[in-house]
Design a protein around this ligand. Structure first.
Ligand code: NAD
Ligand code: UDX
Length: 458
């Protein structure tokens, strides 16, 4: 089969895999190759057991793989052949040196820039898909265009806005696609070429073009605003618990104001995921590096509020269980950072599990998709934690259960059966406000929602 464009994606993770699978599915005329240094991951992408769980992804991959979608560890060959290279490698928070704990660690990203340069025999469009500090494209362009062979690269920013658990839908029906480039004829032509690919299935008016710095900063801004809404509603949840107001009623009342809107107002034990904390801290670091300390403090408070909410959840458990959980079996239902994913990065369940372990509780973790990741995350406390697929077994003999992830199956568990098998008094902490609290109280539980009056039998 002949293809009119060849795309390579470097990084076959939660973003690179699904994004490229959807491009390949929607654009049979484009050859899409996805590459990674992690052979195990590539092998999994080539198998029926994909390396990430994402609803609908297996169907998309199944339609395109072997036709115009390929997964390989041969980065160099992929680079040589490609017209457009998406870079979708991880950009975690730096753990060492200058900016440790806040700045983005750009080592993986810079390595790819050098690999692209070493293996290119002609000019290419290089697209930042990873979330990067504003002005990174400038550094990438300087590395790439520093060659003495006269090869010219155009560096674009095309940040990804997908959310895990809904990645396929977000990619197939995006609110917008954002493509930034230098405002030069070459830059504009390059961003049009990438825009044309998206326009195969995304309405033109949703493909936004911008200057490259705006595109980079828009991604950090979007995540900061989304996380800020959660920290705002969580801050109000603490006040609701003191005042007998109900956080869901407050969220509904403010969300019907069209200026505020209803989404992202669900109070919870805290936000998790690989992006929000990392990207806000990156924004904080950038603001600090420009001497904008008030801006940095403002955004850092979003992360601090989230950490406080997680710690507050553990405190609520402790104080209501007679100020001691030592030796008590506590079942955490859910370890994924949200429903419909197996991803546990920065999951609030991790913080809660560790908070309970510090109080010497006997923690049992259950999750329909994330137990393998949970085991890996809690390796350092192996022996102190139990992992159990079956939520009924996890809850048997427990003093308390806590909903950590809003998996739909947790809404329909047989709570009479669970209650009967638990120690009494039985406690239920709903960290996601997904259950019918009054009905559970009637079953016999002492129920502690987020941002609502607790329902206690004593
Ligand atoms: P990930 O860790 O799942 O995947 C990154 C992959 O890149 C890994 O498999 C790693 O082995 C590979 N890699 C690293 N260096 C490489 C190299 N030199 N050559 C080839 N492969 C290499 O990360 P992710 O969640 O997919 O995130 C990737 C980027 O996208 C990050 O910048 C992230 O902030 C951003 N992002 C993530 C999400 C999300 O929901 N996860 C959403 C939007 C944006
Ligand atoms: C986020 C952004 O939504 C996405 O645009 C970006 O590309 C990557 O980061 P993701 O982290 O995958 O996506 O999931 P998201 O749906 O944003 O949820 C993040 C966390 O916030 C989860 O822990 C979720 O449970 C929590 N959350 C979300 C709430 O606690 N309340 C809400 O109202 C919404």
């Amino acid at each position: 089969m002949s293809f009119d464009t060849r795309i390579l994606c470097i990084g076959a993770g939660y973003v690179g895999g699904p994004t490229m699978a959807v491009i390949a599915d929607r654009c049979p005329h484009v050859k899409v190759t996805v590459t990674d240094i992690n052979r195990q991951r590539i092998d999994a992408w080539n198998s029926n057991d994909l390396p990430i769980y994402e609803p609908g992804l297996d169907l998309v991959v199944g339609r395109a793989r072997g036709r115009n979608l390929f997964f390989t560890t041969d980065v160099a060959a992929g680079i040589r052949e490609a017209d457009i290279i998406f870079v979708s490698v991880n950009t975690p928070t730096k753990a060492f040196g200058e900016g440790a704990g806040k700045a983005a660690d750009l080592q993986y990203w810079e390595k790819t820039a050098r690999e692209i340069l070493a293996n290119s025999e002609r000019g290419k469009i290089v697209v930042e898909k990873s979330t990067l500090p504003v002005r990174t494209a400038d550094a990438m362009a300087r590395i790439l265009n520093s060659n003495s062979r006269g090869i010219r690269f155009e560096v674009l920013s095309n940040p990804e806005f997908l959310a895990e658990g809904t990645a396929v839908r977000d990619l197939e029906l995006p609110d917008r696609v954002l493509i930034g480039s230098e405002e030069t004829p070459g830059g504009i032509a390059a961003r049009r070429a990438v825009a044309d690919i998206y326009a195969t299935w995304v309405p033109r008016e949703r493909v936004l073009e911008a200057n490259v710095w705006s595109a980079e900063l828009s991604k950090l801004t979007a995540n900061a605003f989304l996380a800020q809404r959660i920290s705002s509603i969580n801050a109000m949840s603490a006040l609701c618990e003191k005042t007998e107001a109900d956080i869901d009623e407050v969220a509904h009342a403010i969300g019907t104001d069209s200026r505020i809107g209803p989404k992202f107002l669900k109070a919870s034990v805290g936000f998790g995921g690989s992006c929000f904390k990392k990207d806000i801290l990156n924004l904080v670091y950038i603001a600090e590096s420009y001497g904008l300390h008030e801006v940095a403090d403002y955004w850092e408070s979003v992360v601090r509020m989230n950490e406080w909410q997680e710690a507050r959840f553990v405190r609520t458990m402790l104080t209501n269980m007679f100020n001691t959980v030592a030796g008590k079996r506590i079942a955490l239902l859910g370890f994924a950072f949200k429903a419909d994913t197996g991803d546990t990065r920065e999951s609030p369940a991790d913080a809660v599990a560790r908070g309970l372990l510090a109080e010497r509780a006997h923690v049992v973790i259950s999750d329909p998709k994330a137990l393998a990741n949970a085991r890996r995350d809690l390796e350092d406390v192996t022996g102190q934690v139990e992992f159990e697929d079956d939520p009924y077994k996890a809850a048997a003999g427990a003093h308390a259960i806590a909903i950590m992830t809003e998996w739909s199956e947790y809404r329909t568990l047989d709570y009479n059966r669970i209650y009967a098998a638990m120690e009494k008094p039985a406690f239920l902490f709903d960290g996601r406000n997904i259950l019918d609290h009054r009905a559970l109280f009637d079953v016999g539980f002492n129920v502690f929602p987020i941002g609502k009056v607790a329902l206690k039998h004593f």
